[in-house]
Design a protein around this ligand. Structure first.
Ligand code: GDG
Length: 472
């Protein structure tokens, strides 16, 4: 079996899977790597005055990691700049928030070169290289330039934007040219895969073969959809833990017979939290009989707080939740419990289980693992109902959720109303089908299907002398 070299921007496996870590990619990758021989390489999250390219090898939570530090300028231009101020908003269809600045794209190129140079000594001839996410699109090109001949795959955790939207990005053609240095390009959904191949065919003038191979300017890559899942076995374990049970009991006591609706998200504008609060307000306004009978627990863990758009959404949510609570609260009841902190993973499992409704309403989301965790945490004898945005990648798989348009407050409010009064038989029927999907398409299935597809790609071919030089 080949070794797997996984490369992502941040390397932050949880030391203990029961504690977990906020962010879908970290949880998924550490689960995927625990059963594979290999190394997870990337940025430590720390900065030094001058870039040294030094590697620090460690063993964290059963995974071998190789960490490098970056410079402060890298963090500003590459991470806070191109990754989080340019690509993230644009790929989440927020062209109004996307910023284009040459220093950002220069920083992005520079850091991708730094990744390539630093990881090079770790790569052995038979290794499979698997690069993760939008921070590292040009990395295969940089590795090829340095003589790496291994198969290299890329997986995008976020959506790929519609073809016309993508052309807004200055230098979009260069980015796509670079992505074609991967042997396999994986997306979360068929929809993202199609947006990408549409661009190749209709904008860039390339071709698409029936087996999913794209050709452009003499380059060739295989393209596919590989929907990510959760570590269902680990989550089943978490839900049975003493801590999960303790939190479940505490929540049951504190909800005092009221039905709980739960939302768990990184505090990010793509997650649709403001509209979610407004939909909940609509529900309360239209259904006075629900007052004091329900409440919304929204856990929103702060994220990327050096970027203005994140500071703004945080301030907005403070205001909107405060206004709704001010208008509807009584001396015995607060309609929204809005919490800006993170919880252990086993505690989250207990919280999900205590909620009658899981409310997952992003405006755009590559997949959304919270939807899957909510389902996995339910009691089979008395499961809750998942209300899910049609714009989460998860909606393509989780058709037995109540699927909503998150931009329509009325639609979301009506779905929550329906979920709250859904008969047990229907809840069980929907849950069984959802749970089957969560277990079938778990994180192991995701990893194995990607790795199998990568191994099945043709041997990388090199035309020039320079490109076929062995790694130094
Ligand atoms: C990206 C894509 C895609 C959240 N709060 C706490 C906590 N979390 C955990 C959740 C879940 C993860 O963070 C969030 O994952 P999502 O998938 O919902 O979203 P992103 O972070 O945006 O992830 C996304 C994912 O990558 C994987 O490909 O699904 O579309 O945007 O696991 O449980 N975990 C703990 N405490 C918290 O307070 N322990």
């Amino acid at each position: 079996m080949s070794r797997l070299i996984v490369i992502s921007n941040r390397v932050n496996p949880p030391e203990d899977s029961a504690v977990g870590t906020t962010g879908g990619l970290a949880m998924a990758l550490s689960a995927a790597l625990r059963e594979y021989t290999g190394v997870w390489f990337g940025w430590s999250g720390h900065t030094t005055e001058t870039f040294t390219g030094q590697l620090s090898m460690q063993r964290i939570g059963g995974v071998t990691v190789a960490l490098m530090d970056l410079e402060e300028q890298d963090r500003q231009e590459y991470y806070n700049g191109y990754a989080n101020r340019t690509l993230w908003p644009l790929f989440h269809f927020r062209m109004d928030l996307a910023q284009y600045d040459r220093s950002f794209s220069e920083g992005y190129e520079r850091v991708n070169m730094r990744f390539a140079e630093t990881v090079l000594p770790l790569i052995e001839p038979d290794d499979l290289i698997w690069v993760q996410d939008y921070h590292l699109i040009p990395l295969a090109r940089e590795l090829r330039r340095r003589g790496v001949k291994n198969r290299i795959g890329f997986f995008l955790h976020i959506p790929w934007p519609a073809r016309r939207l993508f052309t807004i990005l200055p230098g979009h053609d260069h980015l796509v040219e670079a992505i074609l240095d991967y042997d396999l390009i994986g997306f979360q959904t068929e929809d993202s895969r199609e947006s990408f191949t549409d661009y190749i065919v209709h904008i860039a003038g390339g071709t698409l073969e029936p087996d999913g191979t794209v050709n452009l300017n003499g380059k060739q890559s295989k393209v596919g959809a590989f929907p990510i899942g959760i570590d269902a076995a680990e989550f089943a374990h978490a839900i049975e833990s003493e801590r999960a049970r303790g939190v479940y009991d505490k929540m049951t006591e504190s909800r005092a017979g009221r039905d709980m609706i739960v939302g768990v998200d990184r505090l990010d504008y793509s997650k649709g939290l403001e509209d979610r609060f407004l939909a909940y307000e609509e529900l309360l306004t239209k259904n006075p009989e629900l007052h004091e009978k329900i409440f919304l627990l929204q856990i929103a863990t702060p994220s990327r707080d050096e970027v203005e758009a994140y500071q703004e959404i945080r301030a907005k949510l403070d205001m909107v939740s405060g206004r709704i609570n001010g208008a509807f609260s009584t001396i015995e009841w607060v309609p929204i419990r809005y919490v800006n902190r993170s919880y252990r993973r086993d505690e989250l499992a207990g919280i999900y289980r205590a909620a009658r409704v899981g409310l997952v309403t992003p405006h755009r989301d590559g997949m959304n693992l919270v939807a899957k965790e909510y389902v996995a945490a339910q009691d089979s004898a008395n499961p809750g109902v998942l209300v899910l945005s049609e714009f989460a990648g998860a909606a393509a798989q989780m058709k037995d959720a109540l699927i909503v348009n998150p931009f329509s407050r009325e639609e979301v409010a009506d779905a929550v109303r329906r979920a709250l009064s859904m008969p047990l038989a229907e809840r069980r029927q929907r849950w069984e089908s959802l749970m089957h999907g969560v277990q079938q398409h778990d994180v192991t299935a995701w990893r194995d299907s990607f790795v199998t597809a990568l191994l099945a790609t043709p041997e990388p071919q090199f035309e020039t002398e320079a490109a076929s030089r062995p790694a130094a």
